[in-house]
Ligand binder design. Structure first.
Ligand SMILES: [Zn+2]
Length: 557
C-alpha cells in the first residue's frame, strides 16, 4: 500500500507540567521583522529583479517595518549588489535596521561585513543547523561539532564587527531546524553563542527560534519556546524571536502561541510567501491583533496596494479567501448572513466597538467597501437585495416590495446561472417596477362636494390620454379613473413612501402594491412631488400586473 501512515512516527511532546502560556493573553504587538526579501525571495520560481526588490523594500518601509532582512549577500552576488545599492543610494530610513543572513563560515562572514560597509545600523544574522537529522545525516557531526560551528561563527561575527566601528551592530543567532532539535541541546548551543557575544540589556542579542519545518501542533511549539524562555542565560539581554513556517498550516497560530510563551519578536512575510508552504503571514497576524483592539504598529490600511505589490514581485496569486485581504472575504452570499450583516450595520455607531455578525473587522479599515459585502446569487434572500438597494441607492424597500423584487432577481440569477452584480440588481429593479410604458405628464385636483376629482394626462406609446376619476383622495380618484378607463378591477393592497436623502428638496419614493383581479402588481416611482410619486407608482404597478398577466397567458398558450 502506497498510502501508509505507518511510514511516519508521532512527534514526542515536551514533558512540561508548569506551562504558563495557556493562561497568558497577548497585550501588545511584538517587534516585526520582514523576511520577504530573503526567505520570501529565495522561494520564488523567478527571484526578484532589482526593480522588484526596490519596490518591495519601499512598501515594507511604508507599511512601518523597522527591521527588514534584505538578503544573504555572502551567498548571492545579486543580494550583495542589492544591499550595496540600499546603502550607497541612501534608501534606508534612519529608523530602519536592515538585517542580512550568513552561515557560520569565516569567509562568508567576512563577505557579509563587506556588503554592509557604511551602513548606519544592521543586524548580522548567523545560523547553523542543529536537529539530529541535520547533525547526523547532513553534517555528519556530533553535538560538540555543531556547537563548535556556532561558537566559532559567533566569535568571527564579533571580531569582524570591531573593524566597522561606524556601524551600530546587533547580532542574531538562529539554531536552524530548532523545532526538530532537542530543547536541552537548543538551550546549550544558544547559551554557548551568548557567552561569546556577552549581550547586555543596553546591547541585546537576538535569538531567533525557527520552526524551519513546522512539525507539531502549535501548543508543542509554545512549550518549546517557553522552555527556551525559562532557560536562556542572559535572558534580560536577549530578544527572543520566532520564525515559523506553514507546513501544517499553523504558522500564524504557532507564532501567536509563541508570543504567549515569551517570544518578543516575530519574523515573517507579507501574505506568507516563503519556502514550501510559506512563512508566517505578518498581515494575518497583525490584523488578528488589530481586530482585538491591539495596535499592530504596522499600517495595513492600504491592502490593495500590498496585494498588488506582492503579486507583482512574487508572481504568485493571492487566494480569494486569504484572511483579511482576499477578494471574497467581505462578501456574504447566503441570505441569512446578508440579513444579519444588514441588521447589525444599521445599529453600528462610529463611537461603539465594532460588533457586526460575520464581519470580524470593518472592511473600510483596510480600504475595502461595503459594496462588496453582498453579492447576489440564486441563493440570496430578500435581505441581501434590499441591503444593496438601500446602502447604494437609498431605497428603503417595504417588506412586501423586498419579497417581490427578490423573486424577480432570483429568477434572473437562475437564468444566468451565476451571481448577479449590484448594478444588475438595480437594473432589474428599475426595469421591472419603475420604468413603465406610461408617464403621467400632469394632473389636476378639484374638490367636488366631499370628494376629490382628479384629471390626469398620461403619455403612452399609443398616444396621450386624459383620464378622470373621483375618490376620497387623489390616489383613490386615480385608481377609479383607471378602472373606468380599461374596465378592470384594481385594489391597492399596500402603500408606502419615504424621502430620498435629506432636506426639503428631497425626492419622494412611493411604493404601491395593487391587486388586479387575482394578479399582484408592484410599482415604484420617485418624484419631487409626493402626490405625483404615488400616482406614478400606482400606474407602474398596474402596468407590471398586466405584464405578468400577459406573460402567463403567453406561457399558458
Ligand atoms: Zn525560513
Amino acid at each position: 500500500m502506497a498510502f501508509d501512515h505507518k511510514k511516519y512516527r508521532p512527534y514526542h511532546p515536551i514533558n512540561k507540567t508548569d506551562r504558563r502560556w495557556p493562561n497568558a493573553t497577548i497585550e501588545h504587538s511584538p517587534k516585526w521583522c520582514s523576511v520577504d526579501l530573503r526567505d520570501g525571495n529565495q522561494a520564488l520560481i523567478d527571484p526578484m529583479t532589482v526593480d522588484q526588490k526596490d519596490r518591495l523594500f519601499s512598501l515594507l518601509v511604508e507599511v512601518g517595518f523597522k527591521e527588514i532582512e534584505v538578503g544573504f549577500p555572502a551567498a548571492s552576488q545579486t543580494d550583495f549588489d542589492f544591499v550595496r545599492s540600499l546603502i550607497e543610494q541612501n534608501k534606508i530610513p534612519d529608523d530602519v535596521t536592515i538585517q542580512v543572513l550568513t552561515q557560520a563560515r569565516h569567509d562568508l562572514i567576512e563577505r557579509t561585513y563587506e556588503a554592509l560597509k557604511g551602513v548606519k545600523q544592521a543586524v548580522v544574522h548567523l545560523y547553523n543547523s542543529t536537529s539530529p537529522t541535520q547533525r547526523e545525516k547532513v553534517f555528519k557531526l556530533d553535538k560538540q561539532g555543531i556547537v563548535d560551528i556556532a561558537v566559532n561563527g559567533a566569535k568571527t561575527v564579533k571580531a569582524l564587527a570591531a573593524g566597522y566601528p561606524e556601524t551600530h551592530w546587533t547580532f542574531q543567532y538562529s539554531p536552524e531546524s530548532f523545532s526538530a532539535t532537542e530543547p536541552e541541546f537548543a538551550v546549550e548551543i544558544c547559551n554557548a553563542v551568548l557567552a561569546v557575544w556577552q549581550p547586555t540589556p543596553e546591547q541585546p542579542a537576538i535569538i531567533n527560534l525557527p520552526s524551519t519545518v513546522e512539525m507539531t501542533t502549535p501548543n508543542v511549539f509554545a512549550d518549546q519556546i517557553e522552555y527556551m524562555h525559562e532557560n536562556f542565560a542572559y535572558r534580560d539581554s536577549v530578544i527572543l524571536s520566532v520564525h515559523t513556517h506553514n507546513d501544517r498550516g499553523c504558522a500564524v497560530a504557532a507564532a501567536e502561541l509563541a508570543i504567549l510563551a515569551g517570544a518578543q519578536r516575530v519574523e515573517g512575510t507579507l501574505l506568507g510567501n516563503g519556502e514550501r508552504t510559506g512563512n508566517m503571514d505578518i498581515v494575518t497576524m497583525a490584523m488578528n491583533l488589530y481586530s482585538q483592539g491591539i495596535d499592530p504598529t504596522l499600517d495595513l490600511s492600504g491592502v490593495s496596494k500590498i496585494v498588488q505589490t506582492i503579486q507583482d514581485c512574487t508572481q504568485l496569486p493571492v487566494h480569494p479567501r486569504h484572511p483579511y485581504v482576499g477578494e471574497l472575504v467581505y462578501t456574504a452570499f447566503s441570505g441569512s448572513h446578508q440579513d444579519a450583516i444588514n441588521k447589525c450595520l444599521q445599529v453600528q455607531h462610529e463611537s461603539d466597538h465594532w460588533d457586526v455578525a460575520y464581519l470580524p473587522i470593518d472592511p473600510t479599515d483596510v480600504g475595502r467597501s461595503y459594496q462588496e459585502v453582498v453579492r447576489i446569487n440564486s441563493q440570496s434572500g430578500k435581505g441581501g437585495v434590499a441591503f444593496v438597494l438601500e446602502q447604494i441607492y437609498g431605497f428603503k424597500l417595504p417588506r412586501w416590495m423586498q419579497i417581490a423584487l427578490s423573486k424577480v432577481v432570483q429568477k434572473r440569477a437562475e437564468g444566468v446561472g451565476k451571481e448577479i452584480s449590484v448594478d444588475e440588481i438595480y437594473r432589474v429593479f428599475t426595469e421591472t417596477f419603475i420604468h413603465s410604458a406610461g408617464k403621467i405628464l400632469n394632473y389636476d385636483i378639484h374638490q367636488q362636494h366631499d370628494k376629490q376629482r382628479l384629471d390626469a394626462t398620461i403619455e403612452t406609446p399609443h398616444g396621450v390620454t386624459t383620464i378622470v376619476g373621483i375618490g376620497n383622495g387623489p390616489l383613490e380618484a386615480f385608481l377609479n379613473a383607471l378602472m373606468a378607463h380599461d374596465s378592470t378591477h384594481y385594489e391597492i393592497s399596500d402603500y408606502q413612501e419615504h424621502a430620498m436623502g435629506a432636506g426639503s428638496k428631497a425626492d419622494a419614493a412611493a411604493y404601491i402594491a395593487i391587486k388586479c383581479n387575482d394578479q399582484n402588481g408592484y410599482g415604484v416611482a420617485i418624484q419631487q412631488d409626493s402626490v405625483l410619486a404615488s400616482l406614478q407608482a400606482c400606474y407602474n404597478a398596474v402596468v407590471q400586473a398586466k405584464q405578468v398577466q400577459d406573460e402567463e397567458q403567453l406561457q399558458a398558450s
